[in-house]
Write a protein that binds this ligand. Structure first.
Ligand code: BTN
Length: 235
């Protein structure tokens, strides 16, 4: 797949820039003034230190259930890229739907937004940042903190290489074609979790996670949950 890369030194959010894009376009920035995460969270990233990019992928013509699993496939692509950078002994996992964790700390967040026939795939990877805001510092990690000295552009190219491969497999063979690889890196399976729909969702759905279903939902207790954010209940 031939990606076309458009870089800005500063933007509000690369996901906003990508709204003007077509399949295969990739929008990157050294700094975002209004970086977004899921559930309307902010995505804060130091200027020039980390990968912030949004790729435009076509899901036109796919049925709704197939298209809905793209975020998991994207998560797998980032897991693969981070695993290759860190080497075989690293514990790189996918937290449904698509956060990437290394030894229990978040190294990447992904925000997928539908835009007509396209999905804007926004990917943030912590590359060179070594100090994080106090409220997330215990939960965040970067390649640099894990001893890998990588250039942001190198990480971009590796993630895009994996994304092209995984997207082609997923598009051709459906979620089934990437399911086993995703199940093998599932971080939540066997853990006690609470899945919330919003930050103010006090109740959520709690229970032991039985893993990711073959349709892309997460299974908590005997419920299949399609959307939301899973939080591990620390004991
Ligand atoms: C999350 O963890 O909740 C998702 C974070 C997604 C961050 C990336 S950085 C590039 C792209 N632009 C944004 O505003 N968000 C995504």
């Amino acid at each position: 797949m031939d990606w076309r890369i458009f870089h800005k030194e500063e933007t509000d959010s690369t996901n906003n820039d990508a709204k003007a894009g077509v399949h295969g376009d990739v929008f990157t920035a050294s700094f975002q003034t209004a970086g977004r995460g899921r559930l309307d969270h902010k995505w804060l990233s130091r200027r020039g230190d980390n990968l912030m990019m949004s790729a435009v992928l076509d899901v036109g013509g796919l049925d709704v259930a197939h298209a809905a699993t793209l975020p998991l496939a994207v998560g797998l692509a980032v897991v693969n890229a981070v695993s290759r950078l860190l080497g075989p002994s690293a514990d790189v996992k996918l937290k449904w739907t698509n956060d990437v964790y290394v030894s229990g700390r978040k190294i990447s967040g992904i925000l997928c937004e539908r835009c007509g026939d396209n999905v804007i795939v926004g990917i943030g990877v912590n590359v060179r940042q070594k100090v994080f805001a106090e409220e997330i510092s215990a939960r965040a990690v970067s390649l640099a903190l894990l001893g890998v000295d990588a250039a942001v552009d190198d990480v971009r190219d590796r993630v895009l290489g994996e994304l092209a491969r995984v997207y082609a497999t997923w598009r051709e063979g459906g979620f089934e074609a990437v399911y086993d690889a995703i199940a093998a890196v599932d971080w939540l399976k066997g853990r006690e979790v609470r899945v919330v729909q919003t930050d103010s969702d006090r109740a959520g759905i709690s229970g032991i996670c039985a893993g990711i279903a073959r349709n892309g939902a997460v299974i908590v207790g005997d419920e299949e949950i399609w959307a939301g954010e899973a939080r591990v209940i620390a004991r």
